[in-house]
Design a protein around this ligand. Structure first.
Ligand code: PRP
Ligand code: ZN
Ligand code: MG
Length: 223
């Protein structure tokens, strides 16, 4: 990828659960970014950093392919992408962040009885996280059909597309609105700051060092 040699490029979620907290973190680190959102690429005024606004699901790949030096992304999305890439994995986790908390959970229609994970055998499970779901089922020794959907997973049981789902739960309101109940947590997650695995040049490494130092100060103060 054709990156500027002296400016770090950071991928941030364009809109969604992580967007505001990601922007607030940069602000708390003293990095000034004007008029976000309308443009997909923005330059910080007072720091050698450019922001690229994208879908969170694309962030692991953008970082691993070197299109961006850095990314702020949920560990759930990151782990799913890492499992999919297998040995082609190419990122370093620089910091676990203190926002974006959620869990990936198996959830069933409220009225469906459930005693243990064995009850999932032979069912169709709708999810946007097929890799994490399959890994969990394999670890539990349960064989079930994983149906991959990119969104609106919560509606799959009512549409007859699946019997149960495996999706992210944050506040729990989406499950409640769809009359589903979580029965197993398969992955716990917060946001993380990741970096492409190749070493940065001296200028970028120095800029990252400053960001990390400020970030540690901000997170320590908040936590
Ligand atoms: C997750 C998940 C649910 C929702 C749950 O989506 O897919 O739709 O959040 O949150 P709640 O428990 O607070 O209702 P996410 O924010 O990851 O967005 P995306 O699926 O569009 O990437
Ligand atoms: Zn997403
Ligand atoms: Mg969603």
């Amino acid at each position: 990828a054709n990156l500027p040699k002296d400016r770090l490029r950071l991928a941030v979620q364009k809109s969604g659960r992580l967007h505001t907290d990601s922007m607030d973190l940069l602000k708390a680190c003293g990095i000034k970014i004007k008029s976000p959102k309308e443009k997909l690429l923005l330059h910080a005024d007072n720091f050698p950093l450019d922001l690229l606004f994208v879908r969170d699901d694309d962030i692991p790949q953008l970082v691993m392919d070197g299109v961006c030096d850095l990314g702020i992304v949920g560990q759930n999305v990151l782990e799913e992408s890492a499992l999919e890439r297998g040995t082609a994995n190419a990122y370093v986790s620089e910091r676990v962040l203190d926002f974006g908390g959620c869990r990936l959970a198996i959830a069933l229609p409220e009225e469906r009885p459930y005693a243990s994970v064995k009850d999932l055998a032979g069912l169709r499970i709708a999810t946007s996280y097929p890799q994490l779901t399959k890994r969990y089922l394999a670890q539990q020794g349960v064989s079930a059909d994983v149906v991959t959907l990119s969104g609106s997973v919560e509606i799959a049981p009512r549409l007859g597309l699946a019997d149960v789902i495996c999706d992210l739960v944050s506040s729990g309101s989406t499950l409640e609105a769809n009359k589903l109940r979580a029965v197993e947590t398969i992955f716990k997650s917060t946001a993380a700051l990741i970096r492409n695995a190749r070493p940065l040049n001296a200028e970028k490494a120095h800029a990252l060092e400053i960001i990390l130092r400020r970030l540690d100060g901000v997170q320590k103060a908040a936590g």
